[in-house]
Design a protein around this ligand. Structure first.
Ligand SMILES: Nc1ncnc2c1ncn2[C@@H]1O[C@H](COP(=O)(O)OP(=O)(O)OP(=O)(O)O)[C@@H](O)[C@H]1O
Ligand SMILES: [Mg+2]
Length: 287
């Protein structure tokens, strides 16, 4: 299990001239990849696994207070692109990222930038809930403690409570904070992981299919939570459920074989897709 405390050295990010020459740049994305008030800006992002290019010249903004969903057939690069946004790809041997990705005005791939605090600012929630093998309290307190966010036990207690409240879990766990996080139900564990992410004051939350292991009731709770979290955070969510994308996101990005094919208002993408590949996917003819 990876923890925020692990310092993972980036793999050498150099790309040879031959690689660059073979870079297949994206067909122009249909729709406006920019927003008026961006939190993150990605420009011309390429990702390679060894010699294989998985993301091709993708540019996309993630706005403040918005949920962007990323959809597309299996293997099209959704998780790869999401992992670029907090340098989780650094942890994969042979994975190289080029192009520009900024959080506010800071280039997150700057050689001097420490990815550990970055991964607190741009937090990630995974498909399978992955609580630490520690108590519910410690799952939340761990991050703030290693990042030095509180001065004493009372402040830490407060932060644990506030984070669990924001994640809609406090009432269910307040009487058993010392019990293992792994003893919660799947939906509760996923909210615990969201609370853990929130506890270190992120600006952006990345979610990679956060509900795919959950039943419809737990899914509905998480979706409601995502909508509430938008007030404070920018959220990018990968989902295989078009209904979920339609319910939770304001903008939707459609990926296909490493290209960002189309991006737009979620409602427009689902009711009036402009690119044939988008239309084929959302009407179920592909993927
Ligand atoms: N660690 C890795 N090493 C090598 N290739 C990888 C690695 N991870 C992903 N890839 C390849 O990169 C491409 C994009 O994969 P990615 O996991 O980003 O797709 P995805 O859209 O998230 O798919 P899914 O919907 O199945 O989760 C695929 O061709 C995949 O095989
Ligand atoms: Mg994936």
């Amino acid at each position: 299990m990876s923890t925020m405390a692990e310092v993972i050295e980036p793999t050498a990010g150099t790309i040879s001239a031959a690689d660059l020459a073979s870079s297949q740049h994206s067909r122009a994305t249909v729709g406006d990849v920019t927003v008026a008030d961006p939190r993150m800006t990605c420009r011309g992002v390429d990702v390679w696994y060894g010699a294989k290019q998985a993301i091709k010249g993708v540019s996309l903004d993630i706005g403040k207070h918005e949920v962007v969903s990323m959809i597309g057939p299996s293997g099209c690069g959704k998780s790869t692109f999401l992992r670029c946004l907090n340098r989780m790809n650094d942890t994969i041997d042979g994975c190289r990222v080029t192009g520009s990705i900024k959080l506010d005005d800071v280039d997150i791939y700057d050689a001097g930038l420490d990815p550990v605090p970055l991964r607190a600012q741009v937090g990630m929630v995974f498909q399978k809930p992955n609580p630490f093998p520690k108590s519910i309290y410690e799952n939340i307190a761990y991050g703030p403690r290693i990042h030095g966010l509180t001065n004493n036990k009372a402040e830490l207690d407060d932060l644990v409570e506030t984070s669990l409240r924001k994640a809609g879990l406090w009432e269910e766990v307040k009487d058993r904070l010392d019990q293992p996080g792994t003893g919660l139900s799947g939906g509760q564990q996923q909210r615990l992981c969201i609370a853990r992410t929130i506890a270190v004051s992120p600006e952006v939350i990345l979610m990679d299919e956060p509900c795919s292991a959950l039943d419809p009731i737990a899914t509905a709770i998480i979706e409601e939570l995502i909508d509430e979290l938008r007030e404070h955070y920018s959220i990018a969510i990968v989902t295989h459920s078009m209904q979920q994308a339609a319910r939770v996101s304001q903008r939707t990005a459609y990926f296909h074989l490493g290209d960002l094919i189309e991006v737009g208002e979620t409602n427009d993408i689902f009711t009036n897709p402009k690119h044939k590949l988008t239309e084929d996917y959302i009407t179920g003819r592909f993927g």
